[in-house]
Design a protein around this ligand. Sequence first.
Ligand code: FMN
Length: 160
Amino acid sequence: MTANLSPSSLREAFGHFPSGVIAIAAEIDGIRTGLAASTFVPVSLEPPLVSFCVQNTSATWPKLRELPFLGISVLGESHDEAARALAAKTGDRFAGLRTVSTGSGAVFVEGTSVWLESSIEQTIPAGDHTIVILRVSGITVHPDVPPIVFHRSTFRRLGA
Ligand SMILES: Cc1cc2nc3c(=O)[nH]c(=O)nc-3n(C[C@H](O)[C@H](O)[C@H](O)COP(=O)(O)O)c2cc1C
């Protein structure tokens, strides 16, 4: 056991926990806006709630949190480049990505396994992140798309 709780040690330790990756996105004045997140967690069935954690330093979240609806897309195993692009500091995060924008303003990435249309239900400050609880208002499932897995800073595929 070590008491080294530096951010880099914690990031390395937390990275051993494998997770999926989502895109959370919406249109703002016709511009697709969003980010990649690996902290997505389903929370409740009744009511239908999911969550993810956003860094308090995020420049994109203050724009998204003002919107009535956000699109969550669970990225598929072919989306490793897309996941990196959706986290890029500069440039169009959606360049080369086919997306669907709904009338609600939510943006979904084509070719992903699950789309969840959602609205912010609650936010909970948690250290240098904020836990965002979202209420799901619509679901689309493409069951044959295998997920991408983020593990130790690397994108992996599920074994057969
Ligand atoms: C695989 C992956 C997972 C990520 N997960 C999260 C996350 O759960 N929460 C978060 O705030 N940022 C996460 N990021 C970083 C964001 O995608 C984005 O880079 C960050 O919010 C900085 O951009 P912004 O200032 O425009 O928000 C992740 C990035 C990658 C590549």
